[in-house]
Design a protein around this ligand. Structure first.
Ligand SMILES: [Zn+2]
Length: 151
């Protein structure tokens, strides 16, 4: 249990690397627009964009696992969990037309997807316990459900 918690913390810290969003506040007095997010890491703005990103990452992860070298998709695994955790919650929080029920369904689904992708990430870290095709079946089904929930 302890080891698991440690792993989780380590993993979480990893997933936050690469997310160097510029500070909210001004870094000078000039006309700072928000277009300074020209980094390798950009959060999606809409549910559809988030979903497209998710689909892309899922495809990369799938092909890495199926090629027998899941390590190839390690970065994508961290990106996908970051997207599911932080990226989507920003969109959902700020969404103008989703009602509370829809938000709850989405959040539940995203956290289920997070759990599945985390299993794959754990597998890359310690080589243990999961069969990709089983996890992937669940992921594919959840992605289908998610797609239906996007307005
Ligand atoms: Zn990892």
């Amino acid at each position: 249990m302890k080891a698991f918690q440690l792993l989780f913390v380590a993993y979480f810290a990893f997933s936050l690397l690469g997310c160097n969003r510029p500070p909210e506040a001004s870094s000078g007095g000039n006309t700072a627009t928000e277009s300074s997010v020209a980094e390798d890491h950009q959060h999606p703005q809409t549910l559809q964009e988030g979903f497209d990103e998710l689909t892309k990452l899922h495809a990369a992860i799938k092909s890495a696992f199926e090629s027998g070298d899941p390590e190839l998709a390690h970065e994508e695994l961290h990106e996908v969990t970051h997207l599911l955790d932080e990226g989507f919650s920003e969109i959902i929080d700020q969404h103008a037309t989703l009602d509370a029920e829809a938000k709850t369904s989405l959040t539940t689904l995203l956290s289920e997807l997070f759990d599945q992708f985390s299993k794959l990430d754990d597998h890359v870290h310690d080589g243990g316990g999961v069969t990709f095709s089983e996890v992937d079946q669940v992921i594919t089904a959840k992605l289908d459900e998610l797609k239906k929930l996007i307005p």
